[in-house]
Design a protein around this ligand. Structure first.
Ligand code: PEP
Ligand code: MN
Length: 367
């Protein structure tokens, strides 16, 4: 996949060198909740930009859908009180117009909007001729082209201060995450657009407070450009995403405990790629070992069956057949004969041992 984006740094716009740390409530709920959360965040000294959702895209109606425009004033006031820049989510032209009118510094497009090119285009059209930084969350589904497409639509209307936010992907797989990270997609984006800053949102990946440190560290180790972490003065009473929000002090603690590594640009790319490949290897090794476990279980069953039918463990013809068939398959896949033979010998030996064990179970006790 190819793209030709013209980019300027959002980190530079905010005034940070290495990592951009964004925090604030999932949703603005009251004036006091926004101000007290943001003041406490600022007191940690670990935050560069304040966030709050004003219009909330909810899966079902009759959930809390955000306080609307009045919340923009609360967020802007919190920005003024702390001297920090502010950011909020926009999903349509009206949101863009209101956010800019109220003086929000940076906009972001949410995961449910990135999936819809009509909505992204509407936001882009509303931004024509405006020089405001925009961060684009990945779409809910793991579709890199949609993510890049949204960035392109914004770039086409003249938005150059662009960043991506990696917030994980919806899945039906059993996983400890609310949204599986699929790091390889963020890495691929970085490989295609090396100058694009990518911020990780561990809150929406994790879906709970416990996993946030782990996901944050992983993001930093993959050389992401920053983190967006949701925080709330009283998380348990939050009107949205209560499980994943954390108190400002806990946020400060998490940032404090993270290891911010340094690496030069060439090494970053090298490390990202290496990490991606190692993950693939880990997964394959895991599969291989599981398969060996299953295979040896079947070998034992064969042992029992042979015993019942008074047949010898070793049948030379069968072994010869295995060796020939597997060696030529291995060769076709580019594996050396020596490697396959050694591997098969080991497997066969273990198989024989397992069969011998079940065959001679009765003898062991008699000795
Ligand atoms: C949010 O940041 O509160 C939000 C709604 O996120 P996402 O678009 O990633 O679901
Ligand atoms: Mn949220």
């Amino acid at each position: 996949m190819n793209t030709n984006l013209t980019l300027e740094s959002i980190k530079k716009f905010i005034g940070v060198d290495k990592h951009l740390i964004i925090s604030g409530p999932c949703s603005a709920e009251t004036e006091d909740q926004v101000m007290s959360t943001c003041e406490r965040l600022n007191a940690t000294g670990k935050v560069n930009m304040l966030r709050a959702g004003i219009w909330k895209p909810r899966t079902r109606p009759n959930s809390f859908e955000g306080v609307g425009e009045v919340g923009l004033e609360w967020l802007v006031n919190a920005g003024k009180a702390t001297g920090l820049k502010t950011t909020t989510e926009v999903a349509k032209a009206e949101h863009v117009e209101k956010a800019l009118k109220n003086g929000i510094d940076v906009l972001w497009i949410g995961a449910r909007t990135t999936v819809n090119p009509f909505s992204v285009q509407e936001v882009a059209d509303a931004l024509k001729g405006v020089d405001v930084p925009v961060m684009v969350k990945n779409p809910i589904n793991p579709d890199l082209a949609l993510w890049i497409g949204a960035l392109e639509r914004l770039n086409k209307v003249g938005i150059t201060k662009l960043a991506a936010i990696h917030r994980g992907f919806a899945t039906s797989e059993a996983t400890p995450f609310r949204n599986v990270p699929k790091w390889e997609i963020a890495i691929k984006l970085k490989t295609i657009v090396p100058d694009l800053e990518i911020i990780c949102d561990p809150s929406h990946i994790s879906g709970n407070r416990e996993l946030i440190p782990l996901v944050s560290q992983k993001a930093l180790d993959l050389d992401m450009d920053g983190l967006m972490i949701e925080s709330h003065i009283h998380p348990s009473t939050a009107l949205s995403d209560a499980q994943q929000q954390m108190k400002p002090a806990a946020f400060g603690q998490i940032i404090d405990n993270l290891v911010f590594r340094k690496s030069d640009v060439k090494n970053e790319l090298f490390n990202n790629k290496l990490e991606e490949l190692r993950e693939q290897i880990d997964k394959i090794d895991d599969d291989i070992i599981h398969q060996f476990g299953t295979r040896m279980g079947i070998a034992e069953q064969i042992g029992i069956y042979k015993k019942e039918n008074k047949v010898t463990v070793l049948q030379v013809n069968r072994w010869k057949e295995i060796l020939e068939e597997r060696t030529s398959m291995g060769k076709a896949l580019g594996l050396s004969e020596e490697f396959i033979e050694k591997l098969l010998e080991l497997i066969h030996k273990e198989s024989i041992n397992r069969q011998n064990k079940v065959m001679n179970e009765d003898l062991v006790g008699q000795k």
